[in-house]
Write a protein that binds this ligand. Sequence first.
Ligand SMILES: C[S@@+](CC[C@H](N)C(=O)[O-])C[C@H]1O[C@@H](n2cnc3c(N)ncnc32)[C@H](O)[C@@H]1O
Length: 293
Amino acid sequence: MEDSERHSKFESPLRYPGGKACIFPFISNLFYENNLLGVNYAEPYAGGSGLALKLLFNEYVNEIFINDYDYSIFSFWHSILESNQRFCDWVEDVEIDIENWKYFKSVQKNPDKFSQFELGQAVFFLNRTNISGIIKGGPIGGLEQKGKYKINARFNKSDLIRRIERIDKFKHRIRLSNLDGIRFIKNLDKKSQNTFIYLDPPYVHKGADLYMNYFKKRDHEILARQVEKINHKWLVSYDNNDFILNLYDNQQRLRYSLSQSASNRVGNEILVFSGQLNFSDSIEKLKNVELIQ
Ligand SMILES: C[S@@+](CC[C@H](N)C(=O)[O-])C[C@H]1O[C@@H](n2cnc3c(N)ncnc32)[C@H](O)[C@@H]1O
């Protein structure tokens, strides 16, 4: 995934550990299979929003509702939605070097001392210059820049500006929020409009290493009980483990393989489907599918 990023089949300006844009062929088929074309689409745990953007740009959905509780991620999206030109001008001008990396690291660590726009810049800069895009991690090539790849290896300015500008063209169909995922779901459920909800919460394993906000077991349990009550059609994805399979044991579930940029290997993942969803045709687009009884 990292190498092909240079050719830019990606819509999101963010690199995201566990990013789900790669299941677009499956999701787009699922939309056909269930007559979902033109619905509104919501992601309570949106992160890089790669899948949401692909669905929007390819006109599968009407509006996307992207939510993330991480204030720095939210600040990035807010900055490019509200101040797109200013953000692109900054991307054009910023020097991609260790001195700036240290500066933006200090911004990200002291969010109260900086504006929302500066925090958005910081999270973007760190996401594009850190190993695997992990905000908490270190820069590509190391602080001494002795590695094979250097800090600017994932910072193709013209391509990133193109991605950010494209989002601007669709911004009237993008609704952004910074709520706890469960609060966001409850708010959506009060709306009667036809909405599809895709939930990709923090991983059970590794979540604490990858994301700024991560889940404890209790959080996964509370979420599972809330998901059962959702009035709209929904889909949940997770890393494969028995704890989650048991939490959703009265739902339709399957395992499949997804290659992960963060671990650089093929990993097993789980999908859980709301009762009304048909997926027998769409799963042809997934690798190594195993239905769970
Ligand atoms: C697995 S990642 C989502 C990746 C996303 N599907 C993508 O393709 O880029 C989980 C996201 O949930 C966010 N998050 C963690 N706790 C949250 C909470 N309580 N409510 C909403 N978002 C939360 C994290 O900041 C992270 O961006």
